[in-house]
Ligand binder design. Structure first.
Ligand SMILES: [Zn+2]
Length: 276
């Protein structure tokens, strides 16, 4: 898997080679939530991965994009935030011993020592339902700590979601892309009735050979949802054939990684076309 230690080394490498790098904040267990900026220019976009622990392959994808674009002439700024849930990633990698004082807690709510399907942060909050966007109104939401779907006590109760909110407010991106697995779908609709957003999502989906989903309003509390509510165009891209099962391995995702490698540049071009 693409571990926190590998990520830290890769971030150092990119920083050493001239990219702006840093941390948008810390996780519950005080790990860095790293970012790397590639390109410069006033237009900014944010690309995130790994908000769901078991979708670790999206961390790899986002970093592969950063490496592919490093050294290229990019006329806009791409802020890659590859691992929003570093504690969840460590839990999957090392088991409950990586959970510090939450060790007993995660064992109990998981019901086994196998954490390979864990989605949440280390407090059992699903970070992608913890944003302030129709909070608690999602179809699958639950109201108790769990390996997935728990909304948390209140919006932005978790340091990881608060950090991403604050970073987004600071950067003011023209659009954001959140990577998830799986299904080869592009989500954009949060009831905003924007023809431009719709065209953008469909053109991105066409480029990838994925399906853009209109009118699915079953999600709530996600990063994409919160962006849309705050006037920022936002896509959730689900990589990986729907025939795959979680957790998707790097080998299984290789075709999708290749398809998405140049997406940051392509998406910027398609955004400008849609928003002309
Ligand atoms: Zn996900």
């Amino acid at each position: 898997m693409y571990t926190y230690d590998i990520l830290r080394d890769d971030i150092s490498y990119l920083g050493y080679n001239g990219a702006e790098t840093g941390s948008i904040g810390s996780s519950v267990l005080e790990k860095n939530i790293f970012y790397v900026r590639i390109g410069d220019g006033d237009d900014k976009i944010i690309i995130t991965g790994g908000i769901h622990a078991r979708e670790n392959v999206t961390c790899l994808l986002v970093m592969r994009q950063a490496f592919a674009l490093m050294g290229e002439k990019i006329p806009f700024s791409i802020y890659f935030v590859p691992m929003i849930d570093p504690d969840g990633a460590a839990l999957i990698e090392k088991g409950a011993s990586a959970a510090g004082k939450y060790g007993e807690f995660v064992r109990k709510i998981n019901g086994s020592e196998d954490f390979s399907l864990w989605k949440a942060n280390i407090r059992g909050v699903d970070l992608n339902v913890n944003f302030d966007a129709k909070f608690g109104q999602g179809k699958r939401n639950v109201r108790y700590p769990s390996p997935q779907d728990y909304i948390g006590e209140y919006p932005f109760s978790e340091p990881e979601t608060a950090a991403l909110r604050d970073f987004t407010r600071e950067i003011k991106p023209i659009f954001t892309i959140s990577y998830h697995a799986l299904g080869r779908e592009v989500y954009w609709d949060f009831g905003q009735n924007s023809e431009k957003d719709r065209i953008f999502a469909h053109s991105v989906a066409n480029f990838l050979g994925y399906v853009a989903v209109d009118g699915d309003l079953s999600s709530a509390g996600g990063y994409k949802d919160w962006c849309v509510l705050n006037g920022i165009t936002a896509l959730t891209i689900e990589i990986g054939k729907s025939s795959l099962a979680h957790p998707v391995s790097a080998v299984e995702a290789e075709e999708d990684i290749k398809l998405n490698l140049d997406l940051p540049r392509k998406a910027y071009e398609l955004y400008n076309k849609a928003f002309l």
